[in-house]
Design a protein around this ligand. Structure first.
Ligand code: XBP
Ligand code: MG
Length: 241
């Protein structure tokens, strides 16, 4: 039987609960800074999260809720400027330590490193956001713990497209069936399964109840599962939830 060689982590919603109190707050600060009276409350943001990618999410919102802005000749430039401002606010928010790792994440990463497993990241968010989160929640040099970091616009199509996972597998030079993806959302699962990677889901308040068909298991978080438990899920020794 093939043995597990790499863990590929999603970031937002998986490493940390970054959406409600992180990205959402940063978007609203960026809108205000640009003189826009838009406010994405928790409920609306949950709907907008079905669209991955911050720039894509802004466009999706404008096309439905601020069509006057969609027609502006500088719309593309405005989206880029809003997203750049939002990323500045998000990085500052993360650096202030307000977004801790989810339960069990640090322990699993430490166990995996000690066991010689290769680590990678496959995320829709930007590389700056990944670096800020790893520095704030793990260590100043935590970026080096992850052999490959696939983030944001490095691929043409974001999750649920499998592109980012293909990008990571190519650079790991590994087949999908010796890897395990850790995800939190239906979009993320579609992407990892699309690349043929066995996937463990840790759901959260925004993703609870989504369609996780095809996942090895759906867990509330990683607090109760260690590397041994993960290997059992992979070798199918444990029932899927
Ligand atoms: C989640 C996303 C990201 C974030 C916002 O990424 O869809 O777009 O919501 O970050 P993942 P950006 O779950 O794949 O980590 O504004 O930088 O896109
Ligand atoms: Mg996610």
């Amino acid at each position: 039987m093939k043995t597990l060689q790499a863990l590929i982590f999603d970031v937002d919603g998986t490493l940390a609960d970054t959406e409600r109190d992180g990205h959402r707050v940063a978007f609203n600060l960026a809108f205000a800074e640009h003189g826009l009276d838009w406010n994405w409350d928790e409920g609306l943001y949950g709907e907008l999260l079905t669209v991955t990618g911050g720039k894509e999410r802004i466009r999706h919102f404008v096309e439905r809720h601020a069509t006057d802005v969609a027609g502006r000749p500088d719309f593309n430039a405005l989206v880029a400027a809003l997203h750049a401002t939002k990323t500045e606010h998000y990085v500052r928010l993360v650096a202030s330590g307000q977004l801790p790792l989810r339960p069990g994440v640090a322990r699993l990463i430490n166990e995996a490193r000690a066991a010689g497993l290769r680590l990678a990241i496959a995320t829709t968010t930007t590389p700056e956001n990944v670096e800020a989160l790893l520095r704030a929640t793990m260590a100043p040099d935590a970026m080096n713990w992850f052999e490959v970091i696939g983030a944001g616009d490095v691929v043409p199509a974001k999750k649920p497209a499998p592109d980012i996972y293909h990008w990571v597998l190519e650079r790991l030079e590994l087949a999908p069936d010796v890897c395990l993806a850790l995800e939190d959302s239906e979009n993320g699962l579609a992407a990892s399964l699309g690349a043929g990677i066995p996937t463990l889901i840790t759901e959260n308040a925004y993703t609870r109840g989504q369609n996780f068909g095809g996942a090895l298991a759906v867990l509330p978080d990683l607090g109760e599962v260690d590397l041994t438990g993960i290997r059992k899920y992979i070798s199918n020794q444990l029932p899927v939830k």
